[in-house]
Design a protein around this ligand. Sequence first.
Ligand SMILES: Cc1cc2nc3c(=O)[nH]c(=O)nc-3n(C[C@H](O)[C@H](O)[C@H](O)COP(=O)(O)OP(=O)(O)OC[C@H]3O[C@@H](n4cnc5c(N)ncnc54)[C@H](O)[C@@H]3O)c2cc1C
Length: 450
Amino acid sequence: MPQISQPVARTGPHIGTDIEKTKMGDFPRQPPSGIKVIIVGCGFAGISAAIECDRKGHSVTLLEKVPNIEEITRFGDIISFDPNGSRAFVRWPGVIEAMERIARQTSWLDLYHWKGKFVTRQSFANEKGWGHRINGHRGELHNIIFQHAKARGIDIRFGQRVTEYFETDDHAGVIVNGQQMFADVVIAAEGVRSRGRKLVLGFDDKPKSSGYAVYRAWFPGDVIAKNPMLKHLVVNGDTHQGWIGPDLHFLASSLKGGKEFNWVFTHVDDGNIEESWQFPGKVEDCLKYVEGWAPMVTEIVKSTPKHGRLIDHKLVFRDPLPTFISPKARICLIGDAAHPFLPTSIQGASQSIEDGVVLAICLEKAGKSNVPLAVRAYEKIRYERVHKAQAMGVKTREKWHKANFDTIWDNPESIHLSREPWLLNFDAEVDAYKRYAEVVADLTGSKAKL
Ligand SMILES: Cc1cc2nc3c(=O)[nH]c(=O)nc-3n(C[C@H](O)[C@H](O)[C@H](O)COP(=O)(O)OP(=O)(O)OC[C@H]3O[C@@H](n4cnc5c(N)ncnc54)[C@H](O)[C@@H]3O)c2cc1C
């Protein structure tokens, strides 16, 4: 019989809503709500939800299966947060400033025909008023957030593999390393292979092949600087460019003033659904996909150092879930566990941040005695927006992979990324506070009685 343990209350300082920012560890925080939260998974979704719950005065224990933070931060390459995601970072003292220091400093994307002819420059300069666009190394950005969470005193436990979820009317819990842990609510943020999905869905949903895979590489910019055909990509500061061709798009960028370089390309895949971020890719295989492409593209691929980080990432697809929450509404899915995104949406990470922001507010507004209502309100606020955002990824992939250059030369802007204000110029915190009462009235039927 497994031993029963209670989640340990976070020991960080609790200060009032009035801002008293002084030193590390002293952060603006709502008074304690008494709500105990277990979060499973320390990816961007989990760690951000932990910070947001801490801001709202909830007591958080975060459980992560890998043994230490380095096992999370040493993987990955370029990741993007659009203004809607980075709004949260602005509210976490010191975080956005630290991110800006390592992020790509470009406000445009140059797009080329796959054979090499320049098509158009898409400028993002007019989005400045919407907030920060943060594009940088996933591990470095994650580490900044992690250090902030640690400084807040959040209880983060590594080497904790959750194997089961359960709930009653009064609490939710997990079995972790063979032991039971209880809380008022459990947040499953364990990425695309989530176990929490089974409880929420009532069955194991099988991942499907999306029919696409992504080769991704990240390496020092000096190799590019030594190549006369490519050096302009790194010697004049940061750059960002893409080549668009039949069923494939190739993106490359430089960061830190050209000191670092990365490229990614999405291509049609054989349908094998193995998914791993660590799966090594081979330059020879990549070159087969871009045979006959612009010399710059093939030269970039050839420049990838043998021991550089090149991975072949199969894109798994899952049907949109009918719900993000468990039958008793004590367990909820957030981030990729709830809604995996295609890279062309450029929203996976941002939407995972919005989830935590909204959930923490719903818990704050509902209070300890109404946790299931909070969880239902979270789903109602998030569901439609997330699925609308997911659809944008498919739209961009179709636009790029089926690009008809007969018409594009007349209207080059038609291949620009869609940058829609409803999605990007959006503050999930403001929106959740604004909509909470109405959403709850809808859920409880009290609106109809008014
Ligand atoms: C190693 C890795 C590298 C990535 N690199 C990139 C990239 O370069 N660019 C990009 O755009 N996107 C990348 N992604 C995806 C991107 O981070 C996510 O799409 C997005 O940030 C949403 O994150 P998430 O927190 O929902 O899920 P994830 O980032 O997948 O995080 C889930 C976390 O849950 C933990 N976990 C899973 N199961 C359990 C369990 N049973 N018990 C306890 N903990 C558990 C995992 O170890 C992981 O830390 C990467 C994801 C991973 C896992």
